[in-house]
Design a protein around this ligand. Structure first.
Ligand code: SF4
Length: 291
């Protein structure tokens, strides 16, 4: 299989066949992100995609799920995605779900008719990195779409029947705003009812605008204690049936939970971690593992 430059996929897609359709990230401007910073975005040629599918057919003829890489593969036009999906079904007829990362902007670039067609071709379980439900924090993160866009576009996915996971970050609004961020995320989650909610935690990666803003005191990171309280509050406020998918290594407390059934156990677990944690650590901003 052909992979160019860094390739990222959600931890939950660890056993999924990765098919490259783009290189890098078309947006590549988020304040906090270094994932594809040094990679020039490009779209793979269809004959390369076909070669990879022929190889996949020879080696994994019975795969049921495919994840399209890279950073925002849903940026491809509706027509290109349809062509890719049709080719996948030609070579791998047992594929049921074609998943990928998608931004709010990528959804805006598709008509309702295109979304419906993509759904019928098996495109679903999109990993949508919204990051925060707070408008000003979202603007600061420079995702390229507003909060109103997020509400509208996620509802469009629902209307088309395309399932999605809601990606967001604890600490995204900075110091002193964790509870506000939890309330805003929960409001959006309760409205758009994602299949799963996928938290990570804001980290100041060196070389980013975020790191510069921290150095210039224009942004202050949330402390460990605030991040844990935000995590707890988010769990408390999410009222819909969904999966809490929090195993990313960047998180202070990593676990999965079925909501609402396992909500109380998850909250109790965070409470016990807070009460066992050293005061100095609770008040610090720890260096987090990145990938
Ligand atoms: S967070 Fe996602 S959309 Fe933003 S620059 Fe990084 S890969 Fe691209």
């Amino acid at each position: 299989m052909n992979y160019t430059g860094p390739v990222y996929r959600p931890p939950y897609e660890a056993n999924t066949l990765l098919l490259q359709v783009t290189v890098g990230c078309a947006h590549n401007k988020c304040t906090f992100c270094t994932m594809y910073r040094d990679v020039k975005f490009s779209v793979d040629k269809m004959d390369q995609v076909e070669k990879d599918l022929q190889e996949a057919q020879a080696n994994y003829p019975s795969v049921k799920r495919i994840f399209l890489v890279n950073g925002d593969a849903f940026v491809l036009s509706g027509n290109r995605l349809k062509a890719v999906a049709e080719m996948i079904h030609k070579y791998l007829p047992e594929v049921e779900i074609i998943s990928m990362y998608a931004s709010i902007n990528n959804i805006m670039g598709k008509t309702d008719e295109e979304l419906a067609e993509l759904k019928n071709l098996g495109i679903g379980d999109l990993w949508v990195g919204v990051e925060t439900g707070l408008g000003d924090a979202l603007d600061y993160l420079n995702k390229g779409a507003s909060l109103a866009d997020a509400y509208e576009q996620l509802e469009r996915l629902n209307k088309a029947g395309i399932t999605f996971f809601y990606g967001f970050m604890f600490g995204a609004a900075g110091k002193g705003r964790g509870i506000e961020n939890a309330e805003a995320n929960a409001k959006l989650i309760n409205q758009v009812k994602p299949l799963g909610i996928v938290p990570t935690t804001l980290n100041a990666n060196s070389g980013t605008q975020l790191a510069k803003d921290i150095e210039n005191s224009a942004f202050e990171m949330a402390t460990e204690g605030e991040v844990l309280e935000e995590q707890k509050k988010t769990l408390e406020l999410v009222e819909v049936d969904t999966y809490y998918m929090g195993i990313h290594i960047i998180n202070s407390v990593s676990f999965d939970a079925k909501l609402p059934k396992e909500k109380q156990a998850a909250i109790d677990r965070i409470d016990s971690i807070i009460s066992d944690m050293d005061e100095a650590l609770l008040n610090s901003v720890p260096e987090r593992h990145t990938i």
